[in-house]
Ligand binder design. Structure first.
Ligand code: T3D
Length: 263
């Protein structure tokens, strides 16, 4: 297991996916991209998996692209558009489209694409000692993996610009104060809190939560009129789900609901 670049651990109702190249702060190489995509595919295909935790092994969450794969001494001029097209963009799309909530447990530094992949998750918890760095400008690149889209929406235009242009680290408590992440927690309690959240989400109306994700994603580009129409359509689907009937019955019978998670 120590030589697997992504660990995929099933728990009761959810999975823990761990980036596992700690000697490089879990920087992405092609093998880690492939293993992560495969782990996400497996989770999406598993009906019993109703939430995910994404975290990193060792002292970092993810340092973005593995820069030791970029050897200019060999005369290579990498085609970074192709890397984004084939590796990072499909990964971000896959993460956003998963039919269950993803809790990102940011255990340490999250830099470059590593920061933006964390921010693309549904609920971001971070250890107080973790930091987020839009490291791209330090090496002449543009924030990718959705960073230029996500950051202004999360922290506003002024902060997004300064973060991208200065590439300064944002400590987790600051990220929480700015609304960039859900919560910064004590380092020692990070994983316990992530498990608690995932276990809670794993017994919620999963299909309904997927519709909520869909509505909030669409709201980023829809006008109010279009969003009202979408809410009508999604609510129609939610209202036909067995979990809606169960939620109402549980409320009326004054008992905890037993959600199946199905549509
Ligand atoms: O290329 C494309 O396909 C386009 C896509 C780009 C997406 C991107 O993510 S571009 C941005 C790439 N990432 C970075 O520029 C971040 C580089 N890393 C750092 O700036 C620092 O390591 C950190 C700020 C993240 C952490 O600093 P620190 O002082 O805590 O740790 P460190 O000593 O720098 O790193 C520890 C080890 O991890 C070290 O190895 P060593 O010396 O112990 O053998 C370091 O070289 C290695 N490491 C860290 N980041 C990377 C890395 N090795 C390869 N690639 C990395 N990105």
């Amino acid at each position: 297991m120590a030589d697997e670049v992504v660990l995929n651990e099933p728990r009761d109702g959810y999975r823990v996916i761990t980036l596992n190249r700690p000697e490089r702060l879990n920087a992405f190489n092609p093998a880690m991209h492939a293993a992560l995509r495969q782990a996400l595919d497996a989770a999406a295909a598993d009906e019993s998996c109703r939430a995910l935790i994404l975290t990193g092994a060792g002292r970092g969450f993810c340092a973005g692209q593995d820069l030791s794969d970029r050897d200019f001494r060999a005369g290579e001029i990498p085609d970074l558009s192709a890397t984004l097209d084939t590796l990072y963009n499909p990964l971000v799309r896959q993460l956003r489209d998963l039919p269950m909530p993803v809790v990102c447990a940011v255990n340490g530094v999250a830099a470059g694409a590593g920061a933006n992949i964390a921010l693309a998750c549904d609920i971001v918890l971070a250890a107080r000692s973790a930091r987020f760095i839009q490291a791209f400008a330090r090496i002449g690149l543009v924030p990718d993996s959705g960073g230029t889209w996500l950051l202004p929406r999360l922290v506003g235009r002024a902060r997004a610009r300064a973060l991208a242009l200065l590439a300064e680290p944002v400590p987790a408590p600051q990220a929480e104060a700015w609304g960039m992440i859900w919560r910064a927690v004590e380092d020692e309690s990070l994983m316990a809190e992530a498990h608690q959240l995932a276990a809670h989400l794993a017994v919620q109306p999963t299909a309904g939560l997927a519709l909520i994700k869909q509505a909030l994603d669409a709201a980023e580009t829809n006008d109010l009129d279009a969003q009202l129409d979408l809410e009508r359509d999604l609510q129609g689907r939610a209202g036909r789900s067995p979990d809606y009937a169960e939620g109402v019955a549980a409320f009326l019978e004054k008992r905890p609901p037993r959600f199946s998670g199905r549509a």
